[in-house]
Design a protein around this ligand. Structure first.
Ligand code: NAD
Length: 441
C-alpha cells in the first residue's frame, strides 16, 4: 500500500524516527498519535509534551491460567496499558474479546487520556483487555477468569491509582467480581474505599444510577448541543446504527422518545431495515433473548453492503474500531457521522468523508458520557453517597454540553475539523497541567 503523506502521518513518522522506534502508517496506534500530533502542532505546544504523549507510561502483559469446567486448563492473555496520569489516576475500560491486540489497547488508552482531558475529569487514560470470547465460557468459568485476572493485575490497579470499567464484552457483573476480588486483598482499613477500584458496578454494590445508559445519554446531550448549529432537529432526523450492545441500544432507546427514526441496524449477526422506523425498546428486548438483531420480526433483513447505503441524516457506529474504512465511506449516504464507538473511522475514510462535506463528531466527545458517570460513581463511592438518577443526568448534561462547546470554540479558533479540535481542546488542558506541575525531576 502507498505510504501516507497527510500532515498527521508526517508528524508521527518524524517523531518515531526521533525516538528510533518502529513506525507503521497502517497501524491504528500510529494513525491516532498522528492525529493527536496534528492538533498539538496547531496549538504549538512544547515538543516535550509530544514526546510524553507519544508512548504509554506502562504496558502490562499478563497470562492467567484457569481451570475450565471439564477439568482442562487454559491460559488467557491480558493487557493493561496506562497511558498518562498527569491529570489523576488512570481510568479506562476493560474488554473481553477473542481478537484483542496490544496496539489496539494502546490506542484506546491514548484516547482515554484525551477523553478525560477534554471533559476536564481528574483522571488519566488507560485501557485493559483479555483475549477471551465471553460467550464461549460458562458463568462459573467467566467468574474464575475475571477473579484470576484481577489478582494478576494486583497493585497495578486501585481506587487511587488505576480504575477499570466495563467495555466491549464486560458488564456490571464482571465489575462486581473484580471489585470483590480486589477488596479481599485490601487492608482492613481500606476495605470501604477498595470497591471504588472499578466503576460500572451493580447499583446494589456501589454502582451509580444512570451508569448503564450513560454513554448513550451523553451522546444524546452532545447531539442536543451541536445539531441545531448544523440546521438539524433531533425530532426530525433519521439514523442508522452499527452495534446494538450497551452504547448502541441505549442511544436508540433514548432517541426514540425524542422522535428520531431508526431506519437500520447492523451487528455481528446481520443487518435489518425498516423504512418507517425500528422500535428500539422491542429490538433491545429481542437482542437480550436472541443475542443479536438477525431475524427481528418487525424488520426486513438486508445485506451488510446495502446497510451502508441507506439514506439517513446520522450514521452512528457503536461497535468496534475501524469499521468505517474507505470502501464503506464511499457507500455512506449521511449528513453527519456520529462516532459512538472508539476510533470507528480510518483516516482515509475520514479524509474522504470530510471532502464530501460529511461532518464527523469525534468519539472522544460523543462517547465520554460513560467515563463521566464513572467519575460520578467513583466520587459517590469515596463519599459513601448515592445520587438520584435525575441528579446524575443533570450533572452529565452540564459536563457534555461544556465539552461540546469547548470543541466548537477550538474548531473556530484553529479553523479546523471537529476531531482536530477535540484533541486540541484536550491537549491544551494537559499542557497547562504540565506547565503548572513541571516534569519530574
Ligand atoms: P457491547 O459489547 O455492549 O456491544 C458491541 C456491539 O458491537 C454488539 O451489538 C455487537 O453485535 C457489535 N459488533 C461486534 N462485532 C461486530 C461486527 N463485526 N459487525 C457489526 N457489529 C459488531 O459494547 P459497547 O459497550 O456497546 O461498546 C461499543 C463501543 O463503544 C466500543 O468501541 C467501546 O469501546 C465504546 N465505548 C463503550 C462505552 C461503555 O460505556 N460501554 C463507553 C465509551 C465507549
Amino acid at each position: 500500500m502507498d505510504s501516507c503523506n497527510t500532515p498527521a502521518c508526517q508528524s508521527a513518522r518524524e517523531l518515531f524516527a526521533e525516538l528510533k522506534e518502529h513506525y507503521d502508517d497502517h497501524n491504528l496506534y500510529f494513525q491516532t498519535i498522528g492525529s493527536v500530533l496534528e492538533a498539538a502542532n496547531a496549538l504549538k505546544v512544547p515538543h516535550r509534551l509530544k514526546l510524553i504523549l507519544s508512548q504509554p507510561k506502562n504496558e502490562i502483559m499478563i497470562h492467567c491460567p484457569v481451570k475450565m469446567d471439564d477439568g482442562s486448563w487454559k491460559l488467557f492473555k491480558g493487557y493493561r496499558v496506562q497511558h498518562n496520569n498527569v491529570l489523576g489516576p488512570y481510568k479506562g475500560g476493560i474488554r473481553f474479546h477473542p481478537e484483542v491486540m496490544l496496539d489496539e489497547v494502546k490506542t484506546l488508552s491514548l484516547l482515554m487520556t484525551m477523553k478525560c482531558a477534554l471533559a476536564r475529569l481528574p483522571f488519566g487514560g488507560a485501557k485493559g483487555a483479555l483475549r477471551l470470547d465471553p460467550a464461549s465460557v460458562s458463568a462459573d468459568e467467566l467468574q474464575r477468569v475475571t477473579r484470576r485476572l484481577t489478582a494478576a493485575l494486583g497493585s497495578n490497579i486501585g481506587p487511587d491509582y488505576d480504575i477499570p470499567a466495563p467495555d466491549v464484552g464486560t458488564n456490571s457483573q464482571i465489575m462486581a467480581w473484580m471489585a470483590d476480588t480486589y477488596s479481599n486483598f485490601a487492608e482492613p482499613s481500606r476495605k470501604v474505599i477498595a470497591s471504588g477500584v472499578v466503576t460500572g458496578k451493580p447499583i446494589e454494590f456501589g454502582g451509580s444510577f444512570g451508569r448503564e445508559k450513560a454513554t448513550g445519554q451523553g451522546l444524546v446531550y452532545v447531539l442536543d448541543e451541536l445539531l441545531p448549529g448544523m440546521g438539524m432537529e433531533i425530532s426530525q432526523l433519521s439514523y442508522s446504527l452499527i452495534g446494538f450492545g450497551n452504547v448502541g441500544s441505549w442511544t436508540a432507546r433514548l432517541l426514540k422518545p425524542r422522535g428520531s427514526r431508526l431506519k437500520a441496524v447492523m451487528d455481528h449477526t446481520g443487518a435489518i431495515f425498516c423504512a418507517d422506523g425500528l422500535d428500539a425498546d422491542q429490538l433491545a428486548q429481542y437482542v437480550s433473548t436472541h443475542g443479536g438483531v438477525a431475524n427481528f420480526p418487525a424488520a426486513q433483513a438486508i445485506s451488510n453492503e446495502s446497510f451502508y447505503q441507506i439514506e439517513v441524516d446520522l450514521f452512528i457506529p457503536a461497535a468496534l474500531e475501524q469499521m468505517i474504512d474507505l470502501e464503506h465511506a464511499e457507500r455512506l449516504n449521511c449528513k453527519v457521522l456520529v462516532e459512538a464507538a472508539n476510533a470507528p473511522t480510518t483516516p482515509r475514510a475520514e479524509n474522504y468523508l470530510l471532502q464530501q462535506g460529511v461532518k464527523i463528531l469525534p468519539a472522544i466527545l460523543c462517547n465520554s458520557g460513560g467515563v463521566t458517570v464513572s467519575y460520578f460513581e467513583w466520587k459517590q463511592n469515596r463519599q459513601s453517597e448515592q445520587w438520584s438518577e435525575a441528579d446524575v443526568d443533570a450533572r452529565l448534561k452540564t459536563t457534555m454540553n461544556a465539552s461540546a462547546r469547548r470543541v466548537l470554540k477550538m474548531a473556530k479558533q484553529l479553523d479546523c475539523d471537529m476531531r482536530t479540535a477535540s484533541f486540541a481542546a484536550a491537549i491544551e488542558h494537559i499542557d497547562r497541567v504540565y506547565e503548572a506541575r513541571g516534569v519530574f525531576p
